[in-house]
Write a protein that binds this ligand. Structure first.
Ligand SMILES: *Cc1c(COP(=O)(O)O)cnc(C)c1O
Length: 450
């Protein structure tokens, strides 16, 4: 029992249904609003962006939604993913905690993101869509969607945040190999991009700007748009992570006291945590702690406000109630590109507002120190995003006075982030203070609600 290093479930143990947290939330989720009228959105309002089945899932109150057989068949290319016990990390930390991690970096794209890219491409294909547009920060989401669309014969257009496009050519090449077309954002291809470039020709871009471009492209051309995080249906698709982890832990009579994940828009954290939060919300596991680790340079969960805001920079997307730094906030160019988003998923934000989940801010040099220790103990070279979770784990493990079980999501590998590791090794990585002035300025632009 005590001695497991790696638990791998059988293919047949892979979940047959996704878990949707909507019916279990302590309050109904505040309705998403139309960006122009501020009226609650109807499914029809969303139909220029998403296929009907994803809109249905977004609003669904069913607790479990069946995973289509075609999607499960592709999942088996890398799922079930292994669950590891981090014995060597435990030893290095001299902790009483038992540390387990779910390793999502074994997917073809190298992260958890194909868990939602595959069903999203599938439902679009089913409804006759021929092209998907999207944004990508670090390139992880773009790669996942490029991989998924190619399996279903769809075209894929990716707007890649310019600073990543320049720093990370290998992710672009990966997307192109899977057949996607990739443009640096802001670009001249959209009105949204042109407006930003006019204001600041040297803009490094941001996820918010790239989303504006991808949405505009989709709406104007009759393609559909695909989002890799934040939305309810995305978090639901990611529940395969937590459902598998639960089953694997059950098989060795374990249940976590603490669950940890890094937080960009909230999908990998929620994918792991929500199936366990289900127990807490039912009243079964009240002491369960779930901790989201965000970068100190983009602290929407700890320093943002819980308010209606746009998902993009220009204001084309629906308004959703979430923790936000303001949609015009452009975070400093930290190396964990996947965590540079101004808002947090509405489902997570509601739980945070109710005091049911916790938040930790992590500096990037601490994150890279944690990543290095992880590589030297567990062997895996993790993504800078994931490193924020590992630093969160280290802090909690060091505080453990008694034996506790910690479970964290090891969301992806860092094989395309070696330049960031190099900067860290050469002492070139710096920490950013909380950009209070920039946040204050961006908060002025929150949409006025009546
Ligand atoms: C995109 C990404 C994240 C952050 O996104 P979430 O939606 O918050 O999960 C974290 N880790 C990796 C490896 C990623 O690619």
């Amino acid at each position: 029992m005590e001695n497991h290093t790696k638990i791998v479930l059988d293919e047949n143990d892979m979940p047959k249904k996704w878990y949707n947290i909507n019916p279990d939330l302590p309050k109904p989720l505040p309705a998403p609003l139309h960006p122009g009228t501020h009226e609650p959105l109807t499914p029809k309002d969303l139909s220029p962006l998403f296929p009907m089945e994803l809109i249905r899932q977004e609003m669904s109150m069913e607790r479990y939604i069946p995973i289509p057989e075609e999607v499960r068949e592709i999942y088996t290319l890398w799922r079930p993913t292994p669950l590891y016990r981090a014995k060597r990390l435990e030893k290095a930390l001299k902790t009483k905690a038992k540390i387990y991690y779910k390793w999502e970096g074994v997917s073809p794209a190298g992260s958890h993101k194909p868990n939602t890219a595959i069903p999203q491409a599938y439902y679009n294909m089913k409804e006759g869509v021929e092209r998907l547009t999207t944004e990508t920060g670090a390139g992880q989401w773009g790669s996942a969607l490029a991989f998924a669309t190619t399996l279903f014969g769809l075209k894929c257009t990716v707007y890649m945040v310019k600073c990543s496009y320049e720093q990370k050519p290998y992710r672009r090449i990966m997307m192109e190999t899977w057949g996607a077309e990739v443009f640096p954002s802001p670009s001249e291809r959209t009105e949204a991009g042109k407006v930003i470039l006019k204001e600041d020709p040297t803009s490094p871009g941001s996820l918010g700007i790239a989303i504006s471009e991808a949405v505009e492209d989709a709406v104007k051309s009759g393609a559909k748009y695909s989002l890799g995080s934040v939305l309810n249906h995305v978090l639901m698709h990611q529940s395969v992570i937590g459902l598998e982890a639960k089953k694997a832990l059950e098989s060795i009579d374990e249940y976590p006291d603490i669950i940890i994940g890094c937080f960009g828009g909230g999908s990998n954290f929620s994918g792991l945590a929500f199936p366990f939060m289900h127990d807490k919300l039912k009243g079964d596991k009240e002491s369960l702690r779930a901790i989201a680790c965000e970068p100190a340079a983009c602290p929407k969960l700890s320093k943002g406000v819980y308010a209606y805001d746009f998902g993009d920079t220009v204001g084309l997307t629906p308004l959703v109630k979430m923790y936000t730094l303001g949609h015009t906030f452009v975070p400093p160019g930290i190396h964990a590109g996947g965590l540079r988003y101004h808002g947090g998923a509405p489902q997570f934000s509601l739980l945070e507002n109710e005091g049911l989940v916790e938040v930790k801010d992590i500096q990037q040099t601490d994150a890279f120190k944690a990543a290095e220790l992880f590589a030297r103990t567990e062997g895996i070279l993790i993504a800078p995003e994931t490193a924020h979770a590992v630093q969160g784990v280290i802090e909690e493990a060091k505080r453990c006075q008694e034996e506790k079980t910690i479970l964290f999501n090891c969301s992806g590998h860092g094989h395309f982030d070696l330049a960031s590791y190099d900067a860290f090794h050469n002492g070139k990585l710096k920490d950013y203070e909380y950009p209070a002035e920039k946040v204050k300025e961006a908060m002025k632009h929150l949409p006025k609600m009546d």
